[in-house]
Design a protein around this ligand. Structure first.
Ligand SMILES: *Cc1c(COP(=O)(O)O)cnc(C)c1O
Length: 357
């Protein structure tokens, strides 16, 4: 049976990228060697790194005065590396859920943290807006897509202080006005690559502000000065990332991905709103295009395990909601085809027919 991969992360990647990756594991560029067994200091891998930079830059419209680096450690490592590098006295954070909270916790080790806004009062079901941003902050940190709760910023906010964003789960899903950000980072395992590589896009002037004496690997300049090759980079995940970027370009780039993502999300949210057995969990205007959360309607909660079983029998994978939210979560990342969303919608309709009370 065909599987429909709604996993939250690591998650679905384009078939084209998987096929290229499989081939490269056996024979990289006709070298007779596996991509897993080559030196990262070879012209062939230099070309992969150059493509990673050029394609990322082209697809997201990243200006010249930004460096792109590829690191290990996941987005979670950035939670402390961002403040280690940039928090001199005081930073502002917006608390929109689990990942923001973790970032806040780490930042407090390095200086004063002002939580400028939070949506915790309503279990993170919305994105706070219209809050004041003091001008004496070293930076403001936001999480643009909240993977667990299913909320997302749909615009690039204006900030009078350097804006730093965790875009782990919505990178390349929509056009971004990169100029509005001092730094964008994320684990690549949701929209770009297998687990193991973290991307960071840093405006060059930020690098001049690093004042702390940092361990070499924590200092961003180590990586910007050495093209992410100070030590061994995550060779294979970067290779797959490049193939994913090539696929994104081949289908029409970020504009086309955005169009497809909106189309998929509209389909699924429309069914959630129509179907008497299901309801959405977050404010409509803040609904994520990437992670679509829903629960059973009041009085139908007992049907949840039956729906899970039914969906499984129809090939749905990874739709169990995060334990903090419950219910269901369908992650509809870039590489998820519309057919998978249509299959899930059909599944919800069939289940409603069989179980309507
Ligand atoms: C998954 C995720 C993380 C954690 O990423 P790791 O690479 O596992 O450390 C952080 N932020 C967001 C928004 C995420 O979705």
């Amino acid at each position: 049976m065909k599987k429909h991969n709604f996993n939250a992360g690591p998650s679905i990647l384009p078939q084209e990228a998987l096929e290229k990756a499989a081939q490269a594991v056996l024979d990289f560029n006709g070298s007779g060697l596996s991509i897993l067994s080559i030196s990262h200091r070879t012209p062939d891998f230099d070309a992969v790194m150059a493509d990673a930079d050029a394609l990322f830059r082209e697809l997201l419209g990243i200006p010249e005065n930004y460096k792109i680096i590829f690191l290990g450690g996941g987005a979670s490592t950035q939670f402390f590396e961002v403040p280690a590098n940039f928090l001199g006295k005081k930073a502002g954070y917006v608390n929109t859920g689990v990942w923001s909270k973790k970032a806040i916790k780490e930042a407090k080790r390095y200086g004063e943290v002002q939580v400028l806004a939070t949506s915790e009062d309503r279990n993170f079901t919305y994105i706070p807006k219209g809050f004041a941003i003091p001008t004496d902050l070293d930076y403001l940190h936001i999480t643009t897509n909240n993977t667990i709760y299913g909320t997302e910023y749909h615009t690039d906010i204006d900030s009078p202080v350097p804006l730093i964003a965790d875009m782990s789960s919505d990178i390349l899903s929509r056009p971004v006005d990169v100029k509005k950000y001092a730094m964008i980072y994320g684990g690549a395992q949701k929209n770009l690559a297998p687990a193991g590589v973290t991307f960071a896009i840093i405006r060059e002037d930020m690098l001049d502000k690093i004042a702390r004496d940092l361990p070499t690997m924590v200092d961003y300049r180590t990586h910007t000065d050495n093209n992410s090759m100070f030590n061994t980079p995550p060779v294979f995940p970067i290779y797959v990332l490049v193939e994913t970027l090539r696929w994104a370009k081949s289908i029409g780039g970020v504009e086309e991905l955005y169009r497809r993502n909106k189309e998929k999300a509209e389909l699924l949210y429309a069914e959630i709103d129509r179907n008497s057995l299901f309801r959405g969990t977050v404010e409509k205007e803040d609904r994520s295009l990437m992670n679509i959360c829903f629960v059973m309607t009041e009085g139908n909660e007992d049907l949840a395990p039956a729906f899970m079983e039914f969906a499984k029998s129809k090939g749905m994978v990874g739709i169990k909601g995060h334990r903090l939210v419950g219910g269901f979560r369908a992650s509809c990342y870039n590489a998820l085809p519309k057919e998978s969303v249509e299959a899930l919608v059909a599944c919800m309709q069939e289940f409603e027919k069989a179980n309507k009370r």
